[in-house]
Design a protein around this ligand. Sequence first.
Ligand code: ADP
Length: 216
Amino acid sequence: MKQKTIAVIGLGRFGMIIAKMLAAMNHEVLGVDINPDIVQKISPYLTHAIVADTTDEEAIKALALSQFDMVIVAIGGNIQANLMTSMLLKEMHISKVVAKAENSLQGKMLQKIGVDQAIYPEYDMALRLVQSLTRDHVMDYLQLSKNISLIEISMPSFLVGTCLKDSKLREQYNLNAVGVRRSTGLDVPPDPTAILSEEDKLLVIGNNSDLDELTK
Ligand code: ADP
């Protein structure tokens, strides 16, 4: 993977994890926070860590962020600081600005400001968790668009002992199997002729209504 230069502004719970993960993947990471204690704590893990109030135009310009591939605004609770920082970054013509939104109204405001991507980590995580906790047999759930999702489910009984080629998953359910998780590892793309067992998990992609049919 090509190494990127990424700045993470706001090193609260979410920003701190994102910054550390990116650094662990060998990207060049600059962490920025208004709180000197937080900056000092994270400094050993990142390429650089700087104390700055990014709502201050002079201070944010001094970070020379225009050379970065991406800037992630992870300021959470202080919505005003999140929006002001995002607006200043867009004015500085940063190539990619990704900003965390607490709710859909903030997400809309971020879009009006022109951020390249508004993210809703708490909402996305909660949705994923609720789906896997409430649906029997669903291990994991990832919403790809309003109507399309990818789910990991325990092997439906009608598939046990057959193979994907003979499964009629596409014809009957309008769904596509994209992987099979076996004790030996994840099979992607899955072998269409391999016999499926009760212990295997199926990764399947499709319309939410079709997925509901399969998992009900
Ligand atoms: P989380 O929910 O991810 O913990 P928080 O809102 O608690 O999010 O944390 C956001 C971080 O953003 C805090 O560490 C805070 O010090 C930092 N922060 C808040 N305002 C600014 C600002 N104007 N400039 C830079 N960092 C800021």
